[in-house]
Ligand binder design. Structure first.
Ligand code: PLP
Length: 347
């Protein structure tokens, strides 16, 4: 970490909510009840249809794109951005290119967000990323560049690319010297927690345990921050990672940001070997515990949730997988009302 890194996370979640409420494609995602392996009721926040992108990530990068263009437009005109569809703004936006490396949903969010605002997106994909994903990005108007053999090399390429004029790096992870833009991504995710808080306020039925799957930790940290900030009844928070990529847990145990190198995981969206330094700092303050899943447990969770009617992946179902694991291990001593987030659908 550098002396100037600001790890504080103070999201303006009201402006995020107001932004999305003004978007045609926005709707509160369903909060439903599903049945666990031994018949217990589980609350499931279903993100599999979010804003036509099929994952909660639709709330992250597109929001950050809008915020960054809003700031740039204000600097140029002194006007806050209320007319995103007007020709002069779109002409202005077309001079901006948002750049990232991706192996999945974040890249889709950057591409979709840039297109929605009239800006450009350039996404760096490692050779390991299937051709089909590149094709899907192109349908959102993104330029796709093959960079490096593995994900870390595509990140390095995106960082270098973002130095070209008109380009901005829009990553979801944070690292020493790069923290502010990903905080905007996390600010967008806060909308998920606010949607649920309002529903729990109305029903009075607060969850006792919240399972949050993590890659770099942006989602888990945004949710944990919001839950500790303003939920009337406080649940236990359990952060769920693949055993092959448990960098947040490793950092917690080490008391400092730590990599967790291991084999590739089939929980591909969660297969992050280095945590977001901002997310790690938030989680350290939120009193969370950690759970890891084996590859088999991740796969079984995806099959179980899909059989319950929500078609998802091992990453999308990882919270459910951890819940099953804990339920099997613990004697039940209290009434449990667990909550999981089904974070993506099957593309
Ligand atoms: C479906 C899905 N779930 C969970 C995550 C984890 O989010 P984060 O990397 O912010 O921890 C991701 C990240 O790409 C994802 O795509």
């Amino acid at each position: 970490m550098t002396a100037t890194d600001d790890l504080s996370f103070v999201p303006d979640f009201v402006r995020a909510q107001e932004f999305f409420q003004g978007q045609e494609a926005y709707a509160v995602s369903p909060l439903i009840e599903i049945t666990g392996p031994d018949g217990q009721s589980i609350l499931a926040k279903n993100e599999t249809q979010r804003m036509g992108l099929g994952a909660f990530k639709a709330l992250g990068a597109p929001y950050a794109v809008a915020r960054l263009l809003d700031d740039a437009w204000y600097e140029k005109t002194g006007e806050t951005l209320t007319r995103m569809k007007d020709a002069d703004f779109r002409e202005f936006a077309s001079g901006h290119t948002f750049v990232c490396a991706s192996a999945g949903n974040h890249g889709m969010g950057v591409a979709a967000g840039a297109r929605a605002m009239g800006a450009k997106a350039r996404i760096h994909l490692a050779q390991t990323v299937p051709q089909g994903f590149g094709d899907r990005l192109r349908t959102f108007g993104a330029e796709v560049v093959r960079s490096g053999d593995v994900y870390d090399e595509s990140v390095a390429a995106a960082i270098a690319d973002a130095k070209t004029p008109g380009a901005t790096l829009l990553a979801d992870g944070t690292w020493p010297g790069y923290t502010e833009i990903p905080k905007l991504v996390m600010e967008g995710y806060c909308v998920i927690a606010e949607e649920m808080r309002q529903q729990f306020e109305a029903s009075g039925q607060w969850p006792t345990h919240v399972y949050l799957q993590a890659g770099v930790g942006g989602l888990a940290a945004a949710m944990s921050h919001m839950i500790r900030l303003n939920w009337a009844e406080q649940p236990e928070l359990i952060i769920v990672e693949p055993g092959a990529a448990s960098c947040l847990r490793a950092s917690h145990l080490a008391g400092r940001v730590t990599r967790s190198d291991g084999p590739d995981s089939n929980m591909g969206r969660l297969d992050c070997k280095a945590p977001s330094i901002v997310a790690w700092d938030v989680l350290e303050r939120c009193g969370v515990s950690y759970e890891t899943l084996s590859e088999e447990e991740g796969q079984a969770a995806a099959e179980a949730v899909t059989a319950l009617g929500i078609a998802t992946t091992p990453s999308g179902a990882a919270g459910y997988g951890a819940l099953c694991k804990r339920t099997n291990q613990q004697a039940r001593t209290q009434e449990l009302r667990p909550l999981v987030i089904i974070s993506e659908g099957l593309a």
